[in-house]
Write a protein that binds this ligand. Structure first.
Ligand code: ZN
Length: 107
């Protein structure tokens, strides 16, 4: 069980922030970072030095990249997008037929 990061405005769901594999959370990379991110992966795989320490340093550089988060309330379907300051910004579905588990990988 994780700690509560914030509660949905509908009042029926709380988003946790200290657990892994949450079905209502996704990490996103802005398109303006996309090429740079993949270049860093290529560099880590193809051009980091031959030693284990150099490979570890290249890997850690990738891990320092902080993707922003998306959350979707499984009750009301509101989608929250984390802004640059870390605040979740709410977007409300236009219809009740919008799926409530858009971020879920597996049932
Ligand atoms: Zn909600």
């Amino acid at each position: 069980m994780g700690s509560v990061r914030f509660a949905c405005a509908c009042g029926q769901f709380s988003f946790l922030d200290s657990t892994d594999n949450r079905s209502y959370v996704a990490h996103f990379i802005p398109d303006q970072d996309w090429d740079r991110y993949w270049t860093a992966i290529d560099d880590a795989v193809e051009t980091s030095g031959p030693t284990a320490a150099e490979k570890a340093a290249a890997s850690m550089a990738l891990r320092r990249y902080r993707a922003r988060l998306l959350w979707q309330c499984p009750v009301c379907g509101s989608l929250y997008v984390e802004d640059e300051s870390g605040q979740p910004r709410r977007f409300v579905p236009e219809a009740a037929t919008v799926p409530r588990r858009l971020l879920q990988r597996e049932p």
